[in-house]
Design a protein around this ligand. Structure first.
Ligand SMILES: [Mg+2]
Length: 181
């Protein structure tokens, strides 16, 4: 990994994530009543929890809407949850204003063309291994793991490494009595 990316990662204070194809493998299982089932990887959930322990803020921005995602985001205490979003760029602007952050202080991970406007703006842009090729072209960090298979965890760990966060994370994990992911 290039030193340039590590330098970018050292500035990051908030990590924003796409959901379908990034935190999931993109599969939607449709039930007869129209509800959709998706699966999430436990290591990504653990990574998001560790990001909070290390003092990072997190957010989810997705074009789709899912009640189960609200439940998961609440349990993980994700600060910014935006569903049914058509214009991710606009949401990014709102999030930056609300948290007093610059683009350089935000990381984003995605998989598809709808993520491009945000990926082009943030300080550290990442793509899952099976992202669209045109998305990968614009990213600083390319995950080895595919969407829904631990790619988010891999990206988060890159940021933890760059900011030397492991001792803090392990100490705080050791003091926890229950883990909700
Ligand atoms: Mg996606």
């Amino acid at each position: 990994m290039s030193g340039d990316n590590r330098a970018r990662a050292r500035n990051i204070k908030m990590i924003l994530m796409d959901v379908d194809g990034t935190l999931t493998d993109g599969t939607l299982m449709l039930l007869p009543d129209g509800e959709e089932l998706k699966s999430y990887h436990v290591r990504d959930g653990m990574g998001i929890m560790m990001a909070h322990l290390a003092g990072f803020k997190t957010g989810l921005i997705t074009g789709k809407t899912s009640r189960a995602l609200n439940f998961r985001a609440e349990r993980l205490r994700v600060q910014e949850v935006h569903q049914g979003v058509l214009d991710k760029n606009q949401i990014l602007g709102e999030i930056l204003d609300r948290h007093g952050l610059t683009e350089g202080e935000v990381a984003y991970i995605g998989d598809d063309l709808g993520d491009l406007p945000v990926l082009k703006r943030v300080g550290l842009a990442a793509a899952v291994a099976d992202a669209h090729p045109r998305v990968k072209e614009h990213c600083h960090f390319l995950c080895r793991q595919a969407g829904g298979k631990g790619a988010v965890r891999e990206f988060l760990e890159f940021i933890f490494d760059a900011q030397d966060k492991w001792a803090e994370i392990q100490e705080k994990l050791g003091g926890m009595t229950s883990i909700k992911i």
